[in-house]
Each structure stands twice: as structure tokens, then as C-alpha cells.
Ligand binder design. Structure first.
Ligand code: C2E
Ligand code: MG
Ligand code: MG
Ligand code: MG
Length: 269
């Protein structure tokens, strides 16, 4: 009935509000400079070269270990954090944690960290990243920042910061390419070093001509191409044959906690 539905909706909303309060607690700790946050968890997923499947590095992916709802995916809480203006704090924690973790990996591995909308418009972005690199001792060339399209992102957002960081050797990956409308403009605006083709266009039914064209575009611009969402061998072989340089997906490894990374990718360290 409508009444039952409305009650259920209210209960869900209440859960939602309580949920964001609990997250706000962790965010307050982050704001106070405490890194020992209780419920935020960082996972790492390998990025590999194609066709060799040699590990090139990992992408850091955040989760929220919710006390009652379990391990929550970023799409369920990042929009709330962004809306509340805490996105940059969260990204900064991910950056510190990921860079610290990366210093224990083989030194040829890079670490990729996502930047949300709030980070992109943060005037302290370049200073913050430089301070984290200095503080953790991670060489700039081992860090890659992943940027993606956002609605009505001011055209100058993060442009100077990313050029400044790129000059230090930090890589810039253009994430989710092929899903948006303006990311071709982003390719021109930002110092992009890697084009990440979104999972929605790397699936087995995606047109080869489209993917071949994007690989050619990337080659013309001198940037590497990475395909996201590679789940099986046939898809992997097809993408490698098209000239895709690198891949990421369940075939090579799911996102795992840093402690499990060694076994997950067969790394001897
Ligand atoms: P993304 O940066 O494009 O990350 C790739 C997403 O694809 C991840 O989802 C990953 O778990 C998933 N994935 C990887 N391989 C496969 C596969 O083979 N098959 C399928 N079906 N999925 C695969 P996840 O971890 O849920 O993250 C979703 C998005 O949330 C990310 O997309 C990124 O935009 C955002 N995100 C994650 N962590 C952070 C963070 O620390 N800060 C910010 N600002 N955004 C983040
Ligand atoms: Mg990403
Ligand atoms: Mg991506
Ligand atoms: Mg994506």
C-alpha cells in the first residue's frame, strides 16, 4: 500500500541521515588531522600492461565500512560527502593513505588516486598534493591523479594545479572516457598522460571501430590508453589487439586491502 511504502521510505531516509552523521564523525576526525579514521577503508586494484599483464601499479578505491549496512561502495556516500563539502578532505585522506602504502610497493609501481569535484575546485590542491608527496617521500612520478567529468565544472578548475603537478612528474589520468560529453575538451585543458576508457565502451559488444579510433586519437596526442572493466580473456585479447596499452578489471584482480595486494597480484614482496 501507499502508506506502507511511505513508511518504508521514511525509515530509509532516517537510515540515510544517521548514516551521513556517522560519516560526518569520521570526516570531523579527518578535518582535525587524525588519520586513524574508524570506518573509511582503502582498497587497491591492480593496473596491468597489455598484453604482458605485468603490474604497473594500483588504483586506490575508497569504501565505507558502515556499522550496520556493511561495506558501502563510493557511489552511495561520496555524493553525500561532496554535497556536504567534505569531498576534498576525503580525497586528501585517500591520497595520504595511498601514497604511504605505495612507498612499500615495488618501486616501479605507480599509485592512482581519484579527485572529486570539490578537490578540483580546491585552491589548495597543488600545495596539498606536494605536501603529501614530501611527507610520505613518494617520488612524484609514482603518483597519478585521476580526473573525470563533472557537471558544470568551471573551465579553469584544477587547470593550474594539475599543470604545476605534471611539471613535477605527477601523471594525470582522464577517467571514465567515453561516457561524458565534454571530456574531449578536458583532454585539451588538462595535462593528460593516460586515457582511461570506461567500462561501458570496453565490453564485448562495443564497436571495434570506436575503440580503434580512440586508440588512434590517444596515439596522436601521445597519451597511453587503459581499458577499464576487463573481466575475461577474450575481451582482454581483443583490446590488446586494438593497441590498448594497459588494463584494469576483475580478470587481473579485484580491489583488495593493501595487506592482500601481494598475494592478489602474485608480487613476491
Ligand atoms: P572509477 O575511478 O572509474 O573506478 C573504477 C570502478 O570500476 C571501481 O568501482 C572498480 O571497483 C570497478 N571495477 C574495476 N574493475 C571492474 C570489472 O572488471 N568489472 C566491473 N563491473 N567493475 C570493475 P568503485 O570502487 O565502486 O568506485 C566507483 C567510483 O567511485 C570510481 O570509479 C571513482 O569515480 C569513485 N571513487 C572511488 N574512490 C574514490 C576516492 O577516493 N575519491 C573520489 N573522489 N572518488 C572515488
Ligand atoms: Mg578512477
Ligand atoms: Mg575509472
Ligand atoms: Mg569508471
Amino acid at each position: 500500500t501507499t502508506r506502507g511504502g511511505a513508511t518504508r521510505f521514511a525509515a530509509e531516509q532516517r537510515e540515510e541521515v544517521l548514516g551521513s552523521l556517522a560519516l560526518a564523525d569520521d570526516v570531523r576526525r579527518l578535518a582535525a588531522g587524525e588519520d586513524d579514521v574508524g570506518e573509511l577503508v582503502l582498497l587497491h586494484q591492480p593496473l596491468v600492461a597489455l598484453p604482458s599483464r605485468t603490474v604497473l601499479g594500483c588504483e586506490a578505491l575508497v569504501r565505507w565500512q558502515h556499522p550496520t549496512r556493511g561495506l558501502l561502495a563510493p557511489d552511495t556516500f561520496l555524493p553525500v560527502a561532496e554535497e556536504q563539502g567534505h569531498g576534498a578532505l576525503l580525497d586528501a585522506w585517500v591520497l595520504r593513505t595511498a601514497c604511504r602504502s605505495a612507498t612499500t610497493w615495488p618501486e616501479q609501481w605507480t599509485v592512482s588516486v581519484n579527485l572529486g569535484r570539490t578537490s578540483m575546485v580546491d585552491p589548495g590542491l597543488a600545495d596539498g598534493v606536494r605536501a603529501t608527496l614530501a611527507g610520505t617521500g613518494l617520488p612524484p612520478h609514482r603518483l597519478r591523479l585521476e580526473i573525470t567529468e563533472h557537471d558544470q565544472l568551471p573551465p579553469d578548475a584544477g587547470v593550474d594545479a594539475l599543470h604545476e603537478l605534471a611539471a613535477l612528474g605527477v601523471g594525470v589520468s582522464l577517467d571514465d572516457f567515453g561516457t561524458g560529453y565534454t571530456s574531449v575538451a578536458y583532454l585539451q585543458r588538462y595535462p593528460v598522460t593516460v586515457l582511461k576508457l570506461d567500462r561501458s565502451i570496453t565490453g564485448s559488444d562495443a564497436a571495434g571501430a570506436l575503440l580503434g579510433g580512440l586508440v588512434a586519437l590517444a596515439a596522436a596526442l601521445g597519451v597511453d590508453v587503459l581499458a577499464e572493466g576487463i573481466e575475461d580473456d577474450a575481451q582482454c585479447a581483443r583490446l590488446a589487439a586494438l593497441g590498448v596499452d594497459a588494463g584494469q578489471g576483475w580478470l587481473f584482480g579485484r580491489p583488495v586491502p593493501a595487506e592482500q595486494l601481494g598475494t592478489a597480484v602474485g608480487n613476491p614482496t
